[in-house]
Design a protein around this ligand. Structure first.
Ligand code: FE2
Length: 173
């Protein structure tokens, strides 16, 4: 009796599609995104959000599913004073759109300004980093380009070691 019940439960919860069929469907959906997805990610469609790491505006990322190139994560970061601090694997590039500031990368200060490209290297234990604006008159803004394939292959994991002060203040309201 008990054995029969287990069998029934298994049948009820069995997925409608096999893994093989789901793979075919996923490939089709990805191909469709590349054929028909929107090509321009407009500023007006990308809301800036205050997160534990700071003020981020995501152009391409996990929640955006109507564009081609589903394996890229692209976002801007507006830094008014300091970002949060976190550690994750490198292998990504950051282009400074405006302003000037610096990052502390594994304890070492690196300065940057508008037009510069900042690289986070691939290292055995990832890279701890925090970003600072150096101009009290205006925020610094940079954009990061992260390839999801690479992040997955190197088993990157984000560890927040310090929460953005702005975010902390907004949580306390
Ligand atoms: Fe980061």
């Amino acid at each position: 009796m008990a054995e029969r019940e287990r069998t029934r439960v298994r049948e009820k919860n069995a997925p409608a599609l096999s893994n093989y069929e789901m793979a075919i469907q996923r490939h089709r959906e990805n191909a469709e995104r590349n054929r028909t997805g929107r090509i321009v990610c407009r500023l007006a469609d990308c809301e800036q959000v205050l997160t534990r790491q700071g003020r981020l505006r995501t152009y391409l990322g996990l929640t955006i599913q109507d564009t081609p190139l589903q394996d890229w994560i692209v976002f801007t970061h507006e830094i008014r004073t300091a970002s949060g601090k976190h550690r994750h694997q490198g292998g990504l590039v950051i282009y400074v759109i405006d302003g000037n500031g610096y990052s502390i990368v594994d304890g070492e200060r690196v300065d940057w300004e508008k037009g510069d490209l900042v690289l986070l290297p691939l290292q055995e234990k990832g890279v701890e980093h925090q970003h600072f604006n150096a101009n009290p008159e205006k925020p610094a803004v940079w954009i990061a380009f992260i390839n999801k394939f690479l992040q997955d292959y190197v088993a990157s994991e984000i560890t927040q070691t310090e929460v953005s002060a702005e975010y902390k203040a907004s949580e306390e309201k």
